[in-house]
Design a protein around this ligand. Structure first.
Ligand code: FES
Length: 101
């Protein structure tokens, strides 16, 4: 969705609504255009376990993965998506945009 001049993606992660700025912290790609999927989980050498389906947003440019529930990049948790407060009342989703953004 577009609000003022901001592009914001709203995701329903298993019933939890999450709103993030459509800008990747790596090189500013429109991250919300990437697929929402799972990721490989920590596992023993030689094993590849897939999990967290529907919780991970992958950037369409270079594939950085972001935990939609925290906004943090899986590769480096110091990098994160800009998130906005979301409230749901009845059937309407409200997003709070801080002043000056
Ligand atoms: S711009 Fe998103 S991973 Fe590079």
């Amino acid at each position: 969705m577009e609000l003022d001049r901001l592009s914001i993606g709203v995701f329903n992660v298993r019933g939890t609504f999450v709103a993030v700025l459509n800008v990747c912290p790596h090189e500013l790609a429109p991250v919300c255009l990437g697929p929402v999927r799972g990721t490989t989980l920590a596992s023993l050498p030689g094993e590849y376990c897939w999990g967290r389906e529907g919780e991970i947003l992958a950037c369409p440019w270079h594939g950085w993965e972001f935990d939609l529930l925290t906004g943090k990049a899986l590769v480096d948790p110091r990098k994160h998506l800009r998130r906005y407060q979301v409230r749901v009342r009845e059937d309407t989703v409200y997003i709070t945009i801080p002043q000056g953004q």
